[in-house]
Design a protein around this ligand. Structure first.
Ligand code: GLN
Length: 614
């Protein structure tokens, strides 16, 4: 095995995909078979040595090697984009009734029509001329500009026309003229054959680079959103139908072989370009003018073959494990909220711990992921509350969102409340989901998972007859930390305390301050937070805070009043004096403290365990 590169070499090294494209470039440059197209005389002038490759990812990164910025004419690679444009401009019904979607098995310039005297599909010349004709019918003199603008939006920059190539094809394109007249006699295009052909020849002469083609392909692979500009260029419907015809007919009479071997929807042009769009993954553009007998770039095909086989990208060779979507699944017995509960509340929650179920999800909520989650839920005792934590969910497919809505409906019928946490309010997924669940009364959401769990716990406490009274006042005797102290000891301790009151929101303790007093919450609620904002605990009347002063000299967390609160406060030096005078009480307190800390540790361990075990 080769030694790993030194650290400095590694930081300067190329990303592996770029290295892969480099290797393709050097390896396939040796390939000199094929011929530059010259039936359009101006195309024959192209330098056969040109070779450029570019790959665009769906997060908008563009890799480029070789002559990736050399302009050449788009030719037939314009066909998928113009078809997609026609679908959106004129409506699918109109376009689909004029042009078929069956592979012809014929060369690109075949003059044969199907049994209805319509073009076989929009990827061969007859279908493409018909498509342009439909746009011309509706837009007239504006037609070409509309097409040029659409192509430009796919590329993310303004594209121009190679006037020489346009003029050259316009003078010599008699075969296309013949096709257009045939379409006219069959009423596929209207009268103005010359006008339609003029637009078609111009659209074929639009100048692009391998880089442009990669971005255009990536836009197709990304449901019509240009990953570089972020623009939704055309509808997802038009894009998916376009990819469909690219799959069956994009490579002319080599289409079957292409999809069998390479398995990536693609389109070629006689200018030497190949465009390949792998849905949800990437877009590839290559430029090398020598063509094989089908009119496809020889080196371009080699690049696509290498990409598909090296990275195993055949689109029909995929799998997915929906179980990865669930990273944790537990109930409040295993991992309660951070709210420190009083004994009565704790008892109720312990008796009903299975009634609040928490499922933490990750990644994309796809059809299979949501189906898997719904079966997991059905397989166990039915909880009253199901909390779905979506902090780590990055997206939802439409199928996933549909299934989520249906699952929520099912849960509503069973009187199960659904609580969502971690939903970013502005996200598209949230809006779709909200639209579909608008009628449901059983869906709540809280941004923080802990808040969601705390809320569900409160509901369980209420449902089983408990009460949560933040305004009740508790005495020192009710403090778990002081359990076991005699009346006399408690009276002595009380004489050392002062009662302090705090307004809602007040900062009671600040991390970094000297830890010089203990606090026994008499009424209200406070929360303990780390300086970075992580909430450690919510405490209510009857609980101690700042008790860590017994173990450490500086405060490690902030404490805020959640509402108006009052506390008995004992300065540490007085408390230490009290402990000396009452050794039995002191031992009690330290044992209670050890118990409280142990309880906290058990909860913390359970939380770590949940995330590492699932
Ligand atoms: N303009 C060319 C033609 O119609 C496009 C053909 C192609 O790229 N395959 O002949």
């Amino acid at each position: 095995m080769k030694p790993l590169p030194a650290a400095s070499a590694w930081t300067r090294s190329k990303p592996p995909l770029l290295r892969f494209l480099d290797n393709c470039l050097s390896e396939f440059s040796a390939e000199t078979s094929g011929h530059v197209a010259d039936y359009i005389p101006e195309l024959g002038k192209a330098d056969p040595a040109y070779f450029g490759i570019s790959l665009a990812t769906l997060d908008g990164h563009v890799y480029e090697v070789g002559d990736s910025r050399v302009p050449f004419t788009i030719q037939s690679m314009s066909k998928p984009f113009v078809f997609a444009l026609a679908l959106d401009l004129l409506g699918a019904g109109r376009v689909e009734s004029a042009i078929g979607v069956e592979p012809s098995g014929d060369p690109f310039n075949s003059i044969r029509l199907n049994s209805e005297n319509h073009p076989f599909n929009p990827m061969v010349n007859a279908g493409a001329i018909a498509c342009t004709g439909l746009i011309y019918d509706s837009k007239g003199a504006e037609a070409f500009e509309q097409i040029r603008l659409a192509l430009s939006r796919f590329a993310g920059r303004d594209l121009a026309v190679d006037e020489a190539v346009y003029a050259s094809e316009s003078q010599t394109g008699d075969r296309n003229r013949a096709i257009a007249y045939l379409l006219k006699t069959n009423a596929v295009i209207s009268d103005n054959v010359a006008g339609v052909l003029d637009v078609y020849f111009r659209q074929c002469a639009v100048l692009v680079t391998a880089r442009d083609i990669a971005v255009m392909a990536a836009t197709l692979a990304n449901r019509g959103i240009n990953p570089v500009t972020g623009e939704q260029v055309l509808s997802a419907y038009a894009i998916s139908r376009t990819l469909s015809v690219m799959t069956s007919s994009g490579m002319y009479d080599y289409a079957g072989e292409w999809i069998y071997r390479i398995g990536i929807p693609a389109k070629s042009g006689v200018g030497g370009g190949i465009l390949a769009a792998l849905p949800a993954r990437l877009g590839l553009g290559s430029y090398s003018p020598r063509l094989d007998k089908h009119g496809n770039s020889v080196r371009g095909i080699k690049v696509c073959e290498a990409l598909s086989s090296h990275y195993d990208l055949h689109m029909l060779n995929r799998s997915d494990d929906a179980r990865n979507a669930v990273i944790a699944d537990y109930d409040i017995g295993k991992s309660p909220s951070r709210r420190v509960r009083r004994p009565q509340e704790r008892e109720i929650l312990a008796a009903h711990e299975q009634e609040v179920r928490i499922i933490e999800l990750v990644g994309t909520l796809s059809l299979s992921a949501v189906d898997y989650v719904s079966r997991r839920l059905a397989g166990r005792p039915r909880p009253q509350f199901v909390i779905f934590d979506l902090h780590r969910v990055t997206s939802t497919t439409r199928a996933g969102a549909r299934l989520v809505a249906e699952a929520f409906e099912e849960l509503a019928a069973l009187n199960v409340t659904v609580v969502l946490s971690g939903v970013r309010r502005a996200s598209k997924e949230w809006n779709t989901l909200r639209e579909w669940t608008a009628e449901l009364k059983n869906v709540r959401d809280f941004y923080l998972l802990d808040t969601a769990i705390e809320w569900a716990e409160d509901q369980i406490v209420y449902r089983y007859g408990g009460s949560i009274d933040f305004h009740e006042t508790t005495e020192l005797a009710e403090q778990p930390l002081l359990a076991g102290l005699s009346e006399e000891e408690l009276t002595d301790l009380a004489s050392l305390c002062t009662i302090r009151t705090y307004q809602s929101g007040a900062k009671i303790l600040a991390s970094g301050d000297p830890a010089d007093a203990l606090y026994f919450l008499r009424s209200g609620a406070v929360h303990v937070t780390l300086p970075d904002g992580i909430r450690l605990a919510t405490l209510t009347a009857g609980m101690a805070f700042g008790e860590m002063a017994l173990l450490e000299q500086t405060r490690s967390a902030d404490v805020f009043a959640d509402m108006a609160a009052a506390a008995f406060v004992v300065p540490l030096k007085d408390f230490e004096r009290f402990r000396k005078q009452h050794p039995r009480a002191s031992e009690c307190i330290m044992r209670n403290l050890a118990q409280l800390l142990a309880d906290r540790l058990i909860v913390a361990n359970a939380k770590v365990d949940i995330l590492t075990a699932t």
